[in-house]
Ligand binder design. Structure first.
Ligand code: GRF
Length: 224
């Protein structure tokens, strides 16, 4: 059975698009039951509607507290039939109550090699710092921001003076590959979490051709 997921977005939703595309290509065995945004004008909602995926805007400013907003998200996600929550550019911290509603089933993508450069400007912070390697991280979500156990990371070179946009573009291209891959591993039930360590059970799938100028670990598999 396809993994029933909800995707949370606040903006453009290019990662959402990469998930939709992998589902439609048959590589990713998931079904998006709901796309939910805290921003009514998020372009990600339009992307969902273009693919006949249920899309819902819940404006967080309409709620008296973070808890009240998260409780409404939990209700909507459950009602839609999703069991796993995929944060894709969702710019809000989730409450403990929300995380407890989907234990071990909330994932996020961050545009830096955690634990370096957490927060909302991961790409620019890394570029400004002058690192020569940065990348992206898919991780389980826990109570701390950009903190939970790491599922997969991709590293790319960074160049002096290029700025966060150029570096971010290189990173985003890999986000679009590692996020659908991580969700497929979840769908296959191949991830085991022990403390901070996530191990991937080998299903013997052939590897994808290694991306040029990047290091991805664990390696991408065919279809990603
Ligand atoms: C991505 O860089 C993601 O890593 C970060 O927010 C950005 C979202 O981009 N969490 P998009 O909305 O998926 O295009």
């Amino acid at each position: 059975m396809a993994l029933p997921i909800a995707v949370l977005v606040s903006g453009s939703g290019s990662n959402l698009q990469s998930i939709i595309d992998r589902i439609e290509s048959g590589a990713l065995d998931a079904e998006i039951k709901l796309v939910l945004s805290n921003k009514p004008d998020a372009y990600g909602l339009l992307r969902a509607r273009n693919h006949n995926i249920p899309a819902l805007a819940l404006d967080h400013t309409d709620y008296p507290s973070r808890e009240a907003f998260d409780a409404e998200m939990v209700r909507a996600i459950r009602e839609a039939g999703a069991e796993t929550v995929v944060c894709a550019g969702f710019m809000r911290i989730l409450t403990t109550e929300f995380l407890n509603a989907f234990p071990g089933r909330v994932v996020n993508i961050h545009p830096a090699l955690l634990p370096s450069f957490p927060g909302v400007h991961g790409q620019a912070d890394a570029a400004d710092y002058g690192v020569r390697i940065s990348g992206c991280t898919v991780h389980f979500v826990d109570e701390k921001m950009d903190h939970g156990p790491v599922i997969i990371q991709a590293a790319v070179p960074a160049f002096p003076g290029e700025g966060g946009d150029a570096l971010g573009g290189r990173i985003l291209a890999l986000e679009h590959r590692i996020y659908p891959q991580a969700i497929q591993w979840l769908a296959e039930g191949r991830l085991r979490v022990e403390g901070r360590h996530v191990t991937l059970r080998d299903a013997g799938r052939p590897p994808a051709p290694a991306p040029e100028n990047a290091l991805v670990s664990p390696a991408l598999e065919q279809g990603f």
